[in-house]
Ligand binder design. Sequence first.
Ligand code: DX5
Ligand code: ZN
Length: 221
Amino acid sequence: MSVRIAPSILSADLARLADEIAMVEAGGADWIHIDVMDGRFVPNLTFGAKVIESVRKLTRLPLDVHLMVVEPENYFESFAEAGANGMTIHTEVSPHLQRQLNRIRELGCRAGAVLNPSTPLNAVSEVIPDLDLLLIMTVNPGFGGQQFIKGSVDKVRRAREMLAENGSTAYLEVDGGIDRSTIKSVWEAGADTFVAGNAIFNAKDPKAEIGELRARCTIEV
Ligand code: DX5
Ligand code: ZN
């Protein structure tokens, strides 16, 4: 199973965003993860369409946009136009999840659903065919640099089983507290796509850190 590493620019030095993105791209990053926060769904404010558009000009890597906002559908068109390749929306604020996911697909983007740590997997059990990606939060969203919630490992395992039982080829992504010490546990549980902010951008050698994380996603012989 292939592994994707998605550095989150939430932890980047935004005054040097072009250099930061070039650095992770040179280090072998697969996607760039962009955390959109509205100060309502989560107690923090971050980026909007303008930043997505700027990042689009800096890299050819797919832009993985994580919407931590209420009424995410208000942003689908502008984010797709700005260059998002995937949009991932929280089930907790998406009462019409099936329609919302299909709208993302209609706009030519990968459609993802996200579950907070306290949200059960059955929040997505009826929309598995509509998912290109399932994101399991491994911290409560809102901030970078938080501690990985250990109980997430079993949830990832059950999510992998649920996708497999339904014949889904959706990516299984994890986000929050992913670093050298936690990545292997979620990889073994079945995750294939790993967001990392603090672990990469605050590493001594961020470029090499991407390889370090990837190297931990293997079976030791
Ligand atoms: C958290 C965001 C994450 C964040 C992860 O709310 O969704 O993408 O950037 O940061 P780390 O890897 O530092 O926990
Ligand atoms: Zn995120």
